[in-house]
Design a protein around this ligand. Structure first.
Ligand SMILES: [Zn+2]
Ligand SMILES: [Zn+2]
Ligand SMILES: [Zn+2]
Length: 330
């Protein structure tokens, strides 16, 4: 092995394909992908196979790596589309759980070509095409990162890969720059889908219950949930709005018929409260917010505000604050 020479990771065969150093064959000719000069081929035992320039080459390792990576990216895409290679995978961190996961290139990509122009202005290292449209780009990281004006101007999704990483593992792309995908991993996607489905089923059940009790399911100013009435033991819809608990101010929007300004013996004053859709019994805020079977249990503990003959009573945020102050001894 020439000691003053760098090894060439992939040689260009006569059919234009890149061949890995450990896959070169005796009796074949390989050229350097960058300077195109003939390479010295040592093709004995696998562990001792190598490709190297002949002496006195002007070829430069960084340019060679860059060119090799570019050609490799196009080659693996075209091999995959040609049916004689695996689909390249893009490895990213899930924005939700940060785990690294790999997604296959989208099947709609039909081919790849090196050095294609985008927007009639910028040449990208590799263009991924769909029909005759360049739909995505791959840039090979150079000493200067793809940045500034060019990055802003590439209006298609693009990804930036390190040459060394591509040469090491051409089928696994590990972006170091480019368009953020924001796509969550399959586990997180599944979790989110399950939650949406659960939410939809829950809502369906609420709507059904509401119809039977003439109570609407509301979003926005009023949140809707349900709980079992302490008096008639039937399930009833109850509502949550800004200003609870023990709201002495009327809700800012017209409340549903079961939200009424009623007297509570527990707190010894009137407040805007939920009542049962079936039997009209008061659904007290203490039960609703602080008891495990209450509809809105699970948030911060809400301290009841008992009317006294002196001073100001407090509701809503002020009540929570007052409770915290007591609890923390402030
Ligand atoms: Zn060369
Ligand atoms: Zn995740
Ligand atoms: Zn009831």
């Amino acid at each position: 092995m020439p000691t003053d020479e760098f090894l060439v990771p992939f040689g260009l065969a006569d059919d234009g394909r890149l061949v890995a150093r450990d896959a070169v064959e005796k009796g074949h000719r390989y050229r350097c992908p960058e300077c195109e000069s003939n390479l010295i081929v040592k093709a004995g035992d696998v562990r001792r196979r190598y490709l190297a320039h002949e002496a006195n080459t002007a070829c430069e390792p960084e340019s060679l790596a860059h060119k090799t990576a570019k050609l490799l990216v196009a080659q693996v895409v075209n091999d995959w589309k040609g049916g004689h290679g695996e689909v390249p995978m893009v490895e990213r961190a899930c924005p939700s759980c940060t785990v690294l996961w790999r997604a296959p290139l989208p099947a709609r990509i039909s081919a790849a070509a090196v050095e294609v122009s985008v927007n009639g202005r910028w040449r990208v290292d590799v263009g991924l095409t769909q029909g005759d449209q360049v739909v995505a780009a791959v840039e090979i990281f150079h000493t200067h990162k793809t940045g500034g004006e060019k990055a802003d101007d590439i209006t298609i999704p693009w990804t930036e890969l390190r040459a060394a990483a591509v040469i090491e593992e051409p089928l696994v792309w590990r972006p170091v720059g480019g368009t953020k995908s924001g796509k969550a991993c399959p586990t997180c996607e599944k979790g989110a889908a399950d939650r949406r489905e659960q939410e939809a089923r829950r809502r369906e059940a609420l709507v059904k219950l509401g119809k039977s009790l003439n109570q609407p399911v509301l979003d926005g100013a009023f949140g809707t949930s349900s709980q079992r009435c302490w008096k008639c033991h039937k399930e009833t819809l109850v509502y949550r709005w800004d200003g609870q608990p023990w709201a002495k101010q009327a809700p800012s929007q017209k409340p549903p018929r079961t939200v009424k300004f009623v007297f509570s013996k527990t707190v010894n004053h009137k407040y805007w409260a939920n009542t049962c859709g079936a039997c009209d019994a008061l659904q007290g805020d203490h039960f609703m917010f602080n008891e495990p079977t209450g509809a809105f249990y699970g948030g911060a503990f809400v301290a009841p505000v008992v009317q006294r003959s002196w001073g100001e009573d407090r509701t809503g945020e002020a009540a929570v604050q007052a409770f915290l102050n007591r609890a923390l001894g402030r």
